[in-house]
Design a protein around this ligand. Structure first.
Ligand SMILES: [Zn+2]
Ligand SMILES: [Zn+2]
Length: 254
């Protein structure tokens, strides 16, 4: 009730007013409503990046209403390491008969699909760097840089594997805002080895190590009630003064 029950979706509005969306969990439904209100009859042009295709990161896409307006244009990106049109196939598969009544190919908006390998892309004055993270079936972390400000988006990552820990450090280096997987408490972590997530303590420790200035604890365990999350954030603030709790509708200005 306090932190929200929707799954992963964040919007970044850059200084040059580009719309970047990271992940299409159920939160993207509410974002769609807000964009429709803001743009009215004007076209929406947005870039949608996926960290990976686990359901909690894509299942809001069919309910993102701006997709049903022919004036709108969306570019979808996925930074995977696999060959083929994984991005288009993954989204189409989720919306195929009998899972959803509207086939992805029948959506009225115009679309592009970009399968990226790791590396950097530039969109106008924004630079986006992506690297793989340790997670079952793979995941990509992102570093977004615009006008000297840095946001790192590193959710769905299990620490303790050198290549992935190094990638987190690269992505979050001196970040102004580090959005970090903090699904478990330190006590819960051992019984979830191999599940691909972090504790809130690890989120803070890796953030401090990278020199991140502000840390957002993100991807809360759906089994944690508000009271447990309140307790986690009280403890988290003792460890780092600049930690905030991600919650539904939270807006942050850098
Ligand atoms: Zn996942
Ligand atoms: Zn997830």
């Amino acid at each position: 009730m306090t932190y929200g029950g929707n799954t992963s979706c964040i919007e970044i509005r850059t200084g040059s007013n580009q719309i970047l969306i990271f992940d299409g969990g159920t939160g993207i439904r509410l974002l769609g409503n807000e964009l429709q209100q803001e743009f009215g009859s004007h076209p929406i042009n947005a870039h949608i990046f996926f960290s990976h295709f686990h359901l909690d990161h894509i299942q809001g896409v069919p309910f993102f209403r701006p997709l049903y307006n022919p004036k709108n244009h969306f570019t979808f990106y996925f930074a995977g390491r696999r060959a083929g049109n994984l991005l288009g196939d993954a989204l189409a598969g989720m919306m195929a008969n009998p899972y959803f009544p509207v086939d992805l190919s029948k959506l009225p908006c115009s679309r592009e699909y970009v399968d990226l390998s790791e590396g950097t892309i530039e969109l106008a004055d924004t630079r986006i760097h992506m690297l793989p993270l340790n997670h079952p079936q793979g995941c990509a972390g992102y570093r977004i840089v615009q006008a000297g400000k840095v946001i790192a988006y590193c959710t769905d990552v299990e620490h303790g594997v050198a290549w992935s820990d190094n990638n987190v450090q690269t992505l979050a280096k001196d970040a102004d805002f580090y959005i970090a997987d903090s699904q478990y408490t330190p006590e819960e972590l051992p019984e979830h080895a191999g599940w691909g997530h972090s504790s809130w303590e690890q989120a803070i420790d890796y953030g401090i190590q990278a020199g991140a200035r502000r840390i957002a604890l993100f991807h809360h365990d759906p089994y944690h009630e508000d009271a447990q999350l309140d307790e986690i954030f009280q403890n988290a603030r003792l460890r780092h003064p600049n930690v905030i709790a991600a919650r539904e509708g939270l807006e942050v200005t850098l």
